[in-house]
Design a protein around this ligand. Structure first.
Ligand code: BGC
Length: 734
């Protein structure tokens, strides 16, 4: 059991001043409360004994696993333990509370059902949130999760996950936000602020380059420092500046040969020195392999029973004794934890406010609605005509619920799981954890409710002949296809598993008026794409997903989601056509060279001249928008967005850098979700983060003197005529 969990840990605008309606996603100065927290932390730490200091530096997972499954040991759990992801004892004599941690970004989890029947709002996938391009929703979602966490007694939220999507086959992409550093950074920062506004510490993770699950403990990501700073690290940097998370969780993988949690360059140089990060670095569960990680920048060993040893107790004490751990560093580790606890209200926490589950369900629904992406809509196939006579709903479990992603982020929503299907994991240590969970709330029922006058038939999508027969006798066929993804596993390719492609092919052959709804945690291949009329990407749409899908299909909600990740034309176009080490025994050492550098996703396609199946930023609407009149000086930009159609709706204005010094390149430098009534128009003003125009020069950023071209984009590939700006050289530190 120990090995089982251990290897898995989960077995487990644009300065937008004018553009964002609220200030929630704005960068903020360090508030006075944080300075006071530093002061309190220093005074409190000075009064601690060494045993008390070390007690804050490690914690366990309060779940009976590994050596901690021993009932006698459990009987000794402190009284304020809440079974879940993590626990670190407090120091009552100094008013230091315990740290009680829970996962995470998509809802408060209940691993292995350890808190019997305890459910929580289950949000849509992080990719759905990313597709909304709406930082206010990121704030609201995280605030909902964090306030439920607090009401259950937790005070540390292990969210949000925000690794950049470098590989569309990564099993955890559904927990993350996007392939773009600006989008992930802005949304991640807003989520941190939302969570911490509820009085808990929020964590950004997994620092850094945890971009695949294959051999995740032995996966070595090789990357040039400049490329790293301009991509994954920039996403974290933006989120940290905007959100001030109390904690950063380091990753399982290695970066340039060093374990991320014992990586002096990443933790000491980049995070703490260059970015002046003041919070604490906690390990991922089972990611620590030595007490020396403390010297390399790790402040706390979390989930200690998943490691070979409790390194941050006796072995680290020995390092203090032999002088390799300095007293200053020991104090620093403790102070970092204390100041983040104090700054986020954990030390002075009163009773948790009551939570409004109905309001949280409404947030889950808004994320699903704004995150659904209408990929294709030929001939106005959608929305469904109000007087449609008969509809064939086809597809596995469309009569049961909506799919969710697996692993440590898996939630149990209030209406429960309508189906749980063990998938297994072959020889993998976390196979037992690979269980498809379908959230109650079925698309079939939602469509029947939304179309009371239509005959809505159902076929489970087992046999192509049956699907075709139902489709043939219906006006419209809607096929729900799905692909389960989970922590601990990548997919070998982008295909839909089982016979789902054959089901779509048979359906569309029988009835050309076929619409496909994707419930997936990643981009997928669609060999039948040219034949079907419409495609809707619903991701894992969360506990309110069925109603949101029905509302988009019937037009009650005008779709506004935009792809936060490119849908590749083929895996051959990816920087790594095959996943390094895929299929090798777990924990095989593998080196994955990030040869795309900072050109992740759409940037890689731009660099290699490849077209995506659907590009980053793509998404259709039931109305028509026009965006034009770009004016920019390279620091700010303005333009006009107009709704020229007959329906209210929202678009996501996107501004890209498209060339530098005469050389084509592509980077999203600003975005704004804009809601407009029919006929209405708005002027949008964005501020451009200069780092998005610059290169990392080894010690800071350089904007080279020259010509910079900017273009408004419908998406990363549908760009307007560029506007040129001549910029002076600029060099700065951060
Ligand atoms: C995951 C983390 C999670 C932790 C605690 C690990 O397996 O990688 O994201 O927070 O477990 O459950």
């Amino acid at each position: 059991m120990r090995g089982y969990y251990a290897t898995t840990a989960l077995a487990m605008l644009l300065g937008c001043a004018a553009m964002t309606a609220s200030a929630k996603d704005q960068a903020r100065p360090v508030p006075a409360a944080e300075a006071a927290a530093d002061d309190w932390a220093a005074k409190t730490e000075a009064q601690m004994t060494d045993d008390e200091r070390f007690s804050l530096l490690h914690g366990f997972m309060p779940i009976p696993i590994g050596p901690y499954a021993d009932p006698e040991w459990q009987a000794k759990w402190p009284k304020d333990v809440i079974p879940g992801a993590g626990y670190v004892a407090g120091v009552p004599r100094l008013g230091i509370p315990s740290q009680r941690a829970t996962d995470a970004s998509l809802g408060v989890t209940n691993p292995f059902g350890i808190r019997k029947g305890d459910s929580a709002t289950a949000l849509p996938a992080g990719l759905a949130l990313g597709a909304s391009f709406n930082p206010d929703l990121a704030f609201a979602g995280a605030e909902a999760v964090a306030s439920e966490a607090r009401a259950k007694g937790f005070n540390v939220l292990l969210g949000g996950g925000m690794n950049l999507i470098r590989d569309p086959r990564n099993g955890r992409n559904f927990e993350y936000i996007s392939e773009d550093p600006l989008l992930s950074g802005v949304m991640g920062g807003a989520a941190v602020r939302g969570a911490q506004s509820a009085g808990v510490v929020s964590t950004v993770k997994h620092f850094s380059l945890n971009s695949n699950e294959t051999n995740r403990h032995t996966w070595n990501a090789e990357i040039d420092d400049a490329a790293h700073r301009e991509s994954d690290l920039l996403a974290f940097q933006i989120a940290i500046e905007r959100g001030h998370p109390g904690s950063v969780m380091c990753a399982y993988n290695l970066v340039n040969g060093q374990k991320a949690c014992g990586n002096d360059h990443l933790l000491n140089t980049v995070l703490k020195k260059d970015w002046r990060y003041k919070g604490w670095v906690m390990s991922d569960w089972g990611a620590v392999s030595g007490a020396d990680f403390a010297i390399k920048g790790l402040d706390q060993q979390a989930g200690e029973q998943l490691d070979k040893q409790v390194w941050f107790d006796a072995p680290l004490k020995a390092k203090l004794a032999d002088g390799s751990l300095t007293r200053d560093r020991l104090s620093d580790m403790v102070r970092r934890i204390l100041r983040s606890m104090k700054a986020n209200g954990l030390v002075d926490a009163g009773p948790a406010p009551a939570v409004d589950m109905a309001a949280h369900a409404a947030v889950a629904r808004r994320i699903a609605e704004q995150g659904i992406v209408l990929l294709k809509n030929d001939g106005g196939a959608l929305p469904l005509a109000a007087n449609v006579g008969s509809v064939a709903v086809i597809g596995r479990n469309a009569h049961v619920g909506v799919l969710s992603g697996g692993g440590s982020s898996q939630g149990l929503p209030p209406r429960g799981w309508a189906a749980s299907v063990p998938v297994g994991g072959g020889d993998g240590s976390i196979g037992a954890w690979r269980i498809e969970r379908w959230f109650a709330g079925a698309p079939l029922a939602a469509l029947r409710e939304a179309l009371p006058k239509a005959h809505v038939g159902f076929d489970p999508g087992l046999y192509p002949q049956d699907a075709a027969a139902l489709a043939a006798r219906s006006d419209v066929a809607i096929v729900f296809v799905s692909k389960y993804e989970a922590e601990g596993f990548d997919s070998p390719d982008l295909s839909l598993p089982g016979n789902q492609d054959a089901i779509v092919e048979a359906t569309v052959a029988a009835n050309p008026n076929t619409i496909v709804v994707l419930e997936t945690g990643n981009p997928v291949a669609m060999p039948w794409l040219d034949k079907v009329k419409a495609v809707v990407a619903a991701w894992y749409p969360g506990q309110e997903g069925a109603a949101a899908i029905a509302d988009v299909l019937t037009g009650k909600v005008n779709p506004s989601g935009r792809l936060p990740v490119s849908f590749p034309a083929s895996t051959d176009t990816l920087p790594r056509p095959a996943i390094p080490g895929y299929g090798t025994p777990e924990n095989t050492h593998v080196t994955a060279t990030m040869n795309e550098g900072s050109d992740v996703g759409y940037r890689w396609n731009a660099r290699t001249g490849v077209k995506a199946l659907f590009p980053f930023g793509h998404g259709l609407s039931y109305t028509r928008f026009a965006t034009d009149g770009l004016r920019t000086d390279g620091a700010t930009a303005s333009f006009t967005v107009r709704n020229g159609g007959e329906r209210a709706g929202a678009t996501v204005a996107q501004l890209y850098l498209v060339a530098r010094g005469g050389k084509p390149m592509q980077r999203l430098v600003g975005f704004q979700r804009v809601e407009l009534a029919p006929g209405a128009e708005r002027t949008i003003r964005l501020t451009i983060d200069p780092r998005l125009l610059a290169d990392w020069n080894g010690t800071g950023w350089t904007i080279a003197k020259g010509d910079y071209r900017f273009a408004l984009g419908e998406d990363a590939e549908t760009l307007q005529a560029p506007v040129s700006v001549s910029l002076k050289e600029r060099i700065w530190q951060d």
